[in-house]
Ligand binder design. Structure first.
Ligand code: URA
Length: 426
């Protein structure tokens, strides 16, 4: 018989008290074993949502999430390990370029990734647009590929922080996702369990981000940086703007094509700028003195990308087929682009077929949106703003409805805020 009661833990948190270390360890363990009911954990999550956790509670909560599962052992590789996590944005294909780029600089990048849900795409969905590419690797295969190639992007194994999977599903249906302690423990438990030496966080803020408010994004970044450092992972964060979509492409195959363009020294300048900025942070954290821009420009990052895709069964030279249905959306007036709503573009890409509503839904490789203009740019009436791609007319129709009004054209000159907004370190 346990000396704890779930009701007492809930009441402590409901009334603004501090949960003891032992009660946190107990309740997460008992929940995973099915000894604490879903409705009790729901109530505790809601109490945490409103009353937060102090840094000691959060440290113990995160520890217990980590020790609910396995920890990958990446010690003994010939290169230092460093990873990146983004809180998710529209057109955020940075991982596809960044992992091989940082490997080309001499580090090993274990990118254990997920799939998209809702309006932000998932890295695995993007790479699965390449026929034959395999998302699932064993822990031994991850180690071998890190040693041989230097970069792995694959599915996070079921064994990492299993209590997070249960809690995340419960948060999703109880309105308790948007909580700084719950998000930070969820993200950091998986990253710490993955065994990386260092971590760079890209915390998005703006219209297309999870944390629309800058101050909240800073609070999340500071909390995650602290948790990482407390757990022996050298961690820094960049707060970056997610008002407009990143680059031109939003959608799985379209984003792979754009990533390859950037790896070949072409592609949109914002994607290149953010990738290089994050790569600089990553190499610095592990003490490598190489300028990542040189590895992008001399083709070595592209070569690592090719090896990374081939090592997981994919053809790096595969040319993404164009979607069967394509349509341009044009400007109704002339003027200056005041804003491009990343959220609307993300939802349009999703409705065109690039995203899923339920986790078991299939996604289209070809569907998505190309954004053809940038904020602050002058457009003429009739000039194309977006190109919509879908597999069939029904999806095209759904995407068209969502994208209407996503670009605001006006007379004012526009001060576009920079991509990199603030750096958070200890
Ligand atoms: N991503 C996660 O892994 N967890 C969260 O809580 C939010 C985003």
């Amino acid at each position: 018989m346990s000396s704890f009661s779930a009701v007492d833990v809930i009441i402590t948190k409901r009334d603004g008290g501090v949960m003891s270390d032992a009660s946190i360890t107990w309740i997460l363990d008992a929940y995973l074993k099915g000894e604490v009911a879903e409705e009790q954990m729901s109530a505790l999550l809601m109490a945490i949502f409103f009353n937060g956790m102090n840094s000691k509670e959060l440290g113990v909560w995160t520890d217990q999430m980590i020790s609910s599962g396995e920890r990958l052992n990446l010690k003994g590789l010939s290169r230092p390990t460093v990873d990146k996590h983004s809180t998710g944005g529209v057109g955020d294909k940075i991982s596809l370029i960044l992992a091989p780029l940082v490997a080309a600089c001499g580090a090993a990048v274990p990118q254990l990734s997920g799939r998209g849900l809702g309006h932000t795409g998932g890295t695995l969905d993007k790479l699965e647009a390449i026929p034959g590419w395999r998302a699932f690797l064993t822990n031994d295969e991850v180690r071998e590929q890190l040693e041989a190639v230097g970069a792995v992007i694959c599915a996070a194994g079921q064994g990492l922080a299993p209590v997070d999977r249960r809690l995340y599903a419960l948060r999703d249906v109880t309105g308790t996702v948007a909580s700084v302690p719950l998000i930070s423990s969820s993200i950091m438990s998986k990253k710490i369990a993955e065994g990386t030496d260092a971590l760079v966080l890209d915390v998005k803020t703006g219209r297309g981000a999870f944390m629309q408010d800058h101050a909240q994004a800073v609070a999340l970044a500071e909390t995650m940086v602290r948790l990482g450092i407390e757990h022996g992972v050298a961690t820094v964060a960049q707060i970056t703007s997610m008002d407009a979509p990143l680059g031109r492409a939003a959608g799985n195959g379209l984003e792979v094509t754009e990533s390859v363009e950037v790896l070949q020294g072409k592609g949109p300048s914002d994607v290149r700028e953010l990738t290089i900025a994050l790569a600089q942070e990553m190499v610095k954290l592990v003490g490598i003195d190489v300028d990542p821009a040189t590895k992008l420009d001399d083709g070595s990052a592209f070569e690592v990308y090719r090896q990374m895709i081939m090592a997981q069964g994919g053809d790096p030279d595969f040319v993404m087929p164009l979607a069967a249905q394509r349509e341009l959306v044009v400007a109704e007036t002339s003027g200056i682009v005041q804003s491009i709503d990343a959220l609307s573009v993300g939802i349009a890409a999703w409705r065109l077929g690039a995203g899923r509503a339920r986790k078991e839904d299939p996604v289209s490789a070809a569907a998505g949106v190309l954004t053809l203009v940038r904020e602050g740019e002058h457009v003429e009436k009739g000039q194309p703003l977006f190109e919509l791609h879908a597999d069939d007319v029904e999806h095209l129709q759904r995407g068209r409805e969502t994208i209407t009004g996503a670009v605001v054209v006006g007379d004012e000159s526009v001060n576009v805020r920079p991509l990199l907004l603030e750096r958070i370190s200890k």
